[in-house]
Design a protein around this ligand. Structure first.
Ligand code: TYM
Length: 439
């Protein structure tokens, strides 16, 4: 143990010396050592030079283990040596925890699909990553909306993040429209995104079809705003449901196009990091209770097609009782003719935290009539503590306001910095007034 510690210590000393000499080998060496060691403290220094705020994150060897910071999510390590964004002189290469950014639209009540596809994995990974979760209210107005309920839905969604287990001491929670850099970067990205890239978006086609004559430019532009949300934070990972994969690919394409167009000179750092989607295996696509072949969704007219996170036990029981089934005997996962069976087994597995084999052993030979009350009971038991916590959070307005104010402050710092880099890269003349500094 002692010997290993000395070797790592020596590596770090050499690496730091090389870093001081400005040699990129130093950073690479740090990265290598981080892969094999779990004994680092990540520190952030804020420097003010020439009226510019700069961040310098460094890793320092410490005695105690930080294994908790090294995730093995599908082979993606939790610590990264980031390019640091920025152009040449401004960006610092940095060693930091991988950053996660994600969000949900506040359009009506959040449902089991949002929870199992997205929010649950935000919660289970929050000790591993550097987390930013926003309520994407600007996205919520891309379809006709009711101004009377937008603000209530927004605050309820934020409360629901906390109720589901997002801990504001580990994760920043904020409202997208409070951080104005999102809309500003979206405009800049609009100007470099080819129209035909957006015309290919499946979700746009589906939603446009539903909206008929009433399709706004915002709906078409939705994925560019989403790209801005992600790229502003130099996010490494974006935990989402399967339906968002195409938007993530588009985000990567936009980042690459911007970097190629504006940061391709020697010595210029890339402005944006290309993020990866983080998609769970189970729950990535929760289907409608009324049709096992279409996604559970907030916009479906029939409320019996989804389980809302705030549905009462009676409502959950009656929705499951009335959900679509089939005439086959027993329950099975992989029969393509039984999408409803697959969906309900997936839900049961997700809320009971069991393996497929365990679930099949328990319920495989059951009839629908025996399985449905069991499923309802499991869903109610899983959601009950979330609903209880939600009511507590909603009653503590001061707490929620503080969480959102802290989240906005932290988000603003990173977002403004990236926006500044993007504008510099594009050649804008920037104001010379000093930037707001950390309090
Ligand atoms: P939204 O509100 O439609 O969905 C929020 C999250 O829930 C997931 N999801 C599902 N997962 C499994 N099964 C379902 N039936 C299901 N329905 C929804 C979605 O995949 C998503 O992860 N465009 C995003 C919002 C957004 C965003 C972002 C996400 C805007 N900017 C930046 C990540 C990063 C969306 O789909 O919202």
């Amino acid at each position: 143990m002692k010997f290993q510690f000395c070797v790592i210590s020596l590596h770090i000393t050499i690496a730091l010396a090389l870093m001081l000499l400005g040699d990129s080998l130093g950073y690479r060496l740090i990265k290598e050592v981080l892969k094999t060691s779990s004994r680092y403290t990540i520190t952030t220094q804020v420097e003010v030079r020439n009226n510019a705020v700069r961040y310098k994150r460094t890793s320092r060897l410490r005695q105690s283990s930080v294994e908790d910071a090294i995730a093995d999510d599908e082979g993606i390590p939790a610590i990264t040596v980031a390019e640091g964004g920025g152009n040449g002189s401004t960006g610092f290469p940095e060693v930091r925890r991988k950053r996660v950014l994600s969000g949900v639209q506040p359009t009506g009540s959040l449902h089991l699909g949002n929870y199992l596809g997205a929010i649950r994995q935000w919660v289970s990974n929050q000790d591993t990553y550097d987390n930013y979760f926003c309520v994407v209210d600007l996205h919520a107005i891309t379809a006709p909306h009711d101004p009377k309920s937008l603000s209530r839905d927004t605050i309820q969604a934020a409360a629901m993040y906390v109720a589901c287990g997002i801990d504001p001491s580990k994760s920043k929670v904020f409202i997208q429209s409070h951080v104005t850099a999102h809309s500003e970067l979206a405009w800049l990205l609009n100007c470099i995104t080819p129209i035909n890239w957006l015309e290919r978006m499946i979700q746009y086609k589906e939603k446009a079809l539903k909206q008929g004559d009433n399709v706004g430019v915002g709906l078409f532009d939705y994925p560019v705003l989403m790209a801005a949300d992600i790229l502003l934070y130099q996010a490494d990972l974006v935990p989402v449901g399967e339906d968002q994969r195409q938007h993530l690919e588009l985000t990567r394409d936009i980042a690459r196009r911007f970097n190629d167009q504006f940061c391709n000179k020697r010595g210029k750092r890339k402005t944006f990091k290309e993020p990866n989607a983080l998609i769970v295996k189970e729950g990535a696509r929760v289907m409608s209770l009324q049709d096992g072949t279409s996604k559970m969704s907030k916009s479906a007219e029939n409320d019996f097609s989804r389980i809302n996170l705030l549905d009462s036990p009676d409502v959950i029981s009656s929705k499951i009782k009335k959900c679509k089934t089939d005439l086959f005997k027993g329950l099975e996962w992989d029969n393509p003719d039984r999408p409803e069976a697959k969906n309900l087994l997936n839900i049961y597995q997700a809320v009971t935290n069991r393996s497929k084999e365990e679930v099949l052993r328990e319920v495989g030979s059951m009839s629908w009539g025996t399985f449905k009350p069991l499923l309802a009971e499991a869903v109610i038991a899983h959601l009950s503590p979330i609903q209880h916590r939600y009511r507590e959070v909603m009653q503590d307005e001061a707490y929620l306001s503080k969480v959102l104010a802290d989240g906005k402050e932290a988000a603003d710092l990173i977002a403004d910095q990236t926006l500044g880099w993007a504008k510099t890269a594009m050649g804008f003349y920037l104001p010379k007034a000093p930037l707001k500094l950390l309090k």
